[in-house]
Design a protein around this ligand. Structure first.
Ligand SMILES: [Zn+2]
Length: 163
């Protein structure tokens, strides 16, 4: 389950229509998976694994769709930030494995920006999400904004690899 957190933090919303293609491009390029559109119909992956390794500790987090936290990748990230935050931040290795289909453009951007490595047989797609909703939990949004200095919404508003 993924309980919605009460959005108490009052921050001015990102300007409507503002996007940051440079940050999105950087994130996508930094996610070290091969680009492949095979099976990349813009639909979401259904299950992924995020492995955190720090010291002698290894934690595998399973991300799934239908959790209310967005794509499986964003669900795994949500759990890492809420349940394994200390390990996530101190981990020597953070690897996202998604073998079923390529990580969509939006997820790849976020994973790259947060220095998460791509696991074996994990690909990424430059294709936009089409009409499918894409989003992340409040915790993930806040963390991405904090780490990049760019409002999450401005990154998320970039749909598909900037040409
Ligand atoms: Zn995705």
């Amino acid at each position: 389950m993924c309980p919605r957190s009460s959005g108490r933090v009052s921050k001015p919303p990102a300007k409507f229509g503002a996007t940051d293609p440079d940050t999105a491009k950087q994130g996508f390029d930094d996610f070290d998976a091969p680009v492949s559109d095979e099976g990349g119909d813009g639909s979401q992956s259904t299950s992924v694994r995020l492995r955190l390794v720090g010291g002698d500790k290894t934690v595998d987090i399973a991300g799934t769709t239908g959790s209310g936290c967005g794509h499986a990748e964003m669900h795994a990230l949500h759990q890492a930030l809420t349940t394994h935050r200390a390990l996530f931040e101190s981990a020597s290795s953070r690897t996202l494995t998604c073998t079923e289909k390529p990580c969509c453009f939006q997820c790849s951007v976020i994973l790259g920006l947060l220095d998460i490595d791509a696991g074996e047989a994990t690909n990424k797609s430059k294709k936009p999400m089409g009409s499918t909703e894409w989003g992340a939990s409040a915790e993930v949004k806040a963390y991405v904004t904090e780490q990049t200095g760019v409002p999450f919404e401005q990154i998320a508003a970039v749909r598909g690899y900037p040409s």
